[in-house]
Design a protein around this ligand. Structure first.
Ligand code: S3P
Length: 188
């Protein structure tokens, strides 16, 4: 359990988790607008805190420093006001972050088939973990390790195919179901 313990579901941040390239940032921004909540992108917050790009942090300080910074930023954001939060693909692997997400967020695993994700990530070269590697092979290896962790999210929404707007609506629908089911407990 994180410090302070669980908070009621209707006050929780909505945290998008899942592999790089599934659209967490773009969909998250639109979802926030749709729900009238503030939005934060974990990677952008890390870059602001370090005054360096994610690529440079990996190259100059190494992945472990990046992960330490990521955990600090996640803690700050998850202990702050309710928002829609796009987490970096590896953030939920940290046990402290995972505990905070469990107590303070509704987690939504945005899941898409790996071929679709591989096509998307190939459009940009901003992901250090994919540098010089075949995207599909690297994503498959990541999925083997991460899917069991992503699967612990409160909700899973398939976002394969379809436009971002459709993903937003699918997430809103899943959240409505979740909040409805949780409502009696919330009112106590
Ligand atoms: C990472 C995902 C990236 C970024 C970093 C590491 C990962 O974020 O945090 O490159 O370990 O999956 P996105 O998921 O937003 O691309």
């Amino acid at each position: 359990m994180s410090e302070g313990g669980p908070i009621p579901v209707h006050r929780r941040t909505i945290a998008l988790v899942g592999l790089m390239g599934v659209g967490k940032s773009t969909v998250g921004r639109r979802l926030a607008r749709r729900l009238g909540l503030p939005f934060a992108d974990g990677d952008i917050e890390i870059e602001a805190a370090a005054a360096m790009t994610v690529t440079d942090i990996f190259a100059e300080l190494g992945e472990s420093e990046f992960r330490a910074g990521e955990a600090r930023v996640m803690k700050r954001l998850l202990e702050g006001p309710r928002m829609v939060l796009a987490t970096g693909g590896g953030a939920i692997l940290n046990p402290d972050t995972r505990a905070l997400l469990k107590d303070r967020a509704v987690t939504v695993w945005m899941r898409a088939d790996l071929e679709t994700v591989a096509q998307r990530v190939q459009r940009r070269d901003t992901r250090p973990l994919l540098r010089g590697r075949d995207a599909l092979t690297a994503l498959k290896a990541m999925a083997d390790v991460r899917y069991p962790v992503y699967a612990t999210a409160d909700l899973t929404v398939d976002v394969t195919g379809g436009a971002h707007a459709q993903a937003v609506e699918a997430i809103v629908e899943a959240l409505e179901g979740h909040f409805a089911v949780q409502a009696p407990e919330v009112r106590t």
